[in-house]
Design a protein around this ligand. Structure first.
Ligand code: CA
Length: 448
């Protein structure tokens, strides 16, 4: 878990990991073709409306110390305070929560960046050069090596984008910005995450120096939040320590352990199958601005075939749907019709438990498909302005820099400063006021 927002890859996802319940609830669900973005606002009175004052944060840490008796795993108040009082409030966490809440993003933009040709090629290289280790992990945990490598690619771009916020700071900041109501009977996720971070330091399960991760508290090569790592960390390279920061083998095995333990994997069954829905059944899937995911309608693949649903051959021609063992599958349409339509399996749900985001699941699954030499989606997204690869984003960012947008860095990530600059350039060219650029608008903007 991962994490919910690991940020994701750093940036693109800003989140991705497993912050799952906590943060994912704020994940935007954009679907309609680009519209004017909602401003990033928080309800007045919300803890994320303003930076937290240092004394307020210090008081919060003390309160968390008083609640260690509720921790899911034992944690003494004095141990907590000894370690946690070194934490500092980090406002990047709050700002990321605001971005999550406010900036609309689109399937076609994120998939274009997260599954671009560079990432496919990098994934194929990692797979080829670590084949024996990945095969042993697949044999032990039952998780396809392509899925593990794809998660590695989406979470941290195969290692480098592990995040730069101290995990102790991010988890305690989140616990204070997102406190659980006192009457809450179930475990408080934000608090448990902070307690787990403290226990990992107490028990020396992580190196205290430079223990950094995403704003959501996810760390390591496959971005686990502390509570998930505490429960699921695996030492696979045999040095006696589960180390997902420095060891690829440990990271991959820990990821596979999460998928097996928290979801389970149906061997030989695809995560998704792209489909064509018979005309007379399409009305039920008309676009509403939200994704359509219908797990309650799961039925045997053969029953969908009997209803006239068809798939695609590798060349894009219609082909019968088939999968080993006639698994149960259900409809998933990211943006409704028109747009790509899928039947997804229990393996979709397993990746979803790793990172509670439909878009994340499809990024991982599509990247795994393409790393294995398979096709992208055949049905076009409902946009006349398809998304940019990271190489194209870097090209656009370099141009924006030349235009005087000095805050823009050519990092391939569509961050806030880049979106600000795009909005300004669109306005200058008389284009509609959106905070994005696709293939078509990039050309328009960069025309002399
Ligand atoms: Ca190890």
């Amino acid at each position: 878990m991962a994490s919910l927002f690991s940020r994701r890859s750093a940036a693109v996802f800003a989140a991705a990991l497993c912050i799952t319940q906590l943060v994912l609830a704020q994940s935007p669900a954009p679907l309609a073709p680009a519209s004017a973005p909602a401003p990033a606002v928080a309800p007045s009175g919300s803890l994320i409306a303003q930076p937290m004052a240092p004394e307020q944060f210090a008081a919060c840490v003390q309160q968390l110390g008083d609640l260690t008796g509720s921790a899911g795993r034992p944690l003494a108040r004095e141990d907590f305070l000894r370690i946690a009082t070194a934490a500092r409030y980090d406002d990047r966490v709050r700002q990321s929560l605001l971005v999550q809440a406010g900036e609309p993003t689109f399937w076609w933009d994120e998939l274009a960046a997260t599954t671009d040709d560079d990432r496919v090629r990098d994934g194929q290289r990692i797979l080829a050069s670590n084949l024996a280790t990945l095969q042993r992990i697949e044999a032990q945990f039952g998780i396809p090596k392509g899925i593990v490598v794809a998660i590695y690619g989406i979470e941290t771009n195969f290692g480098p984008s592990q995040g730069r916020i101290p995990v102790l700071d991010s988890t305690l900041t989140l616990a204070c910005l997102r406190p659980c109501p006192p009457e809450r009977a179930t475990a408080c996720i934000s608090r448990e995450r902070a307690y787990a971070a403290v226990r990992l330091l107490r028990d020396r399960k992580v190196r205290a120096e430079n223990w950094q991760g995403s704003w959501a508290g996810a760390f390591g090569r496959t971005q686990f939040v502390p509570d998930s790592f505490e429960q699921l960390g695996v030492d696979f390279d045999g040095d006696g320590v589960a180390d997902i920061v420095n060891s690829e083998a440990d990271s991959w095995a820990t990821t596979a352990n999460h998928l097996r333990t928290r979801g389970g994997w149906l061997p030989g069954v695809p995560v998704y199958m792209e489909v064509t829905i018979p005309k007379e059944q399409q009305a039920a899937f008309a676009a509403t601005g939200k994704s359509i995911r219908l797990p309650a309608q799961a039925r045997k693949l053969s029953e969908w075939v009997a209803m006239g649903w068809t798939g695609f051959a590798a060349d894009g021609q219609p082909a019968p749907l088939q999968a080993a063992g006639d698994p149960e599958v259900y409809p998933f349409l990211p943006v409704g019709l028109p747009g790509p339509a899928f039947l997804v399996s229990r393996n979709f749900n397993t990746i979803y438990r790793y990172n509670n985001s439909e878009r994340y699941v499809m990024e991982v699954a599509l990247l795994a498909t393409r790393i294995a030499g398979g096709p992208g989606f055949f049905t076009p997204w409902p946009t006349d302005d398809p998304g940019l690869t990271r190489a194209q984003v870097r090209e656009l960012q370099a141009w924006l820099q030349q235009r005087g947008h000095s805050l823009v860095q050519p990092d391939g990530v569509m961050g806030r400063h880049t979106r600000d600059a795009i909005a300004a350039e669109r306005a200058a060219k008389g284009l509609t006021p959106e905070r994005r650029a696709g293939q078509r608008t990039m050309q328009l903007l960069m025309q002399p």
